[in-house]
Design a protein around this ligand. Structure first.
Ligand SMILES: [Zn+2]
Length: 152
């Protein structure tokens, strides 16, 4: 009875994947192969796993993008003041340091940290056909190969 359960744990595909996810090999693999797209997916859809400073950094960088891409006739000084008052821009040096190597680098580093600390809480919604990452954790359509896995 006991060995049967053990066998299932090792060879049942779901359980196998589950235990593989908790090995050092898996951790290193995912960290080495982490790309910009996956990092953005993790930071966007698992934002509840961000620290308060990381959350501020995300808000700060998206506010900068909004300000820079906005209407050029807008008064940038007053716009910046409004953003600061609302807490969308920050002066916190720790937060600014997180962003000092650029937004992409920040996302990569943050996603790596999240995977390290909460790897079991992150669901990478990979396409069952081509294995590439879907746009969102709930997507059932692959933008890379067009595969659709909605239940029919
Ligand atoms: Zn696909």
């Amino acid at each position: 009875m006991e060995s049967k359960t053990l066998g299932r744990q090792f060879f049942g595909s779901q359980q196998f994947c589950f235990s593989f996810r908790h090995t050092a090999i898996f951790d290193n693999f995912i960290l080495l192969t982490l790309d910009k797209e996956t990092a953005n997916y993790i930071v966007t859809y698992f934002s509840h796993l961000l620290t308060e400073k990381e959350k501020l950094a995300v808000r700060h960088s998206s506010s900068i993008i909004k300000i820079e891409s906005g209407d050029k006739t807008t008064n940038l000084v007053s716009l910046t003041k409004i953003y600061k008052e609302r807490g969308w821009l920050t002066d916190d040096q720790t937060v600014l340091d997180l962003l000092k190597d650029g937004c992409d680098n920040f996302e990569l580093k943050t996603a790596q940290r999240i995977l390290k600390d909460y790897g079991d809480k992150v669901f990478l919604n990979n396409c069952p056909k081509c294995g590439k990452l879907a746009r969102t954790p709930r997507a059932k359509f692959c933008r890379h190969c067009g595969h659709d896995w909605h239940e029919k």
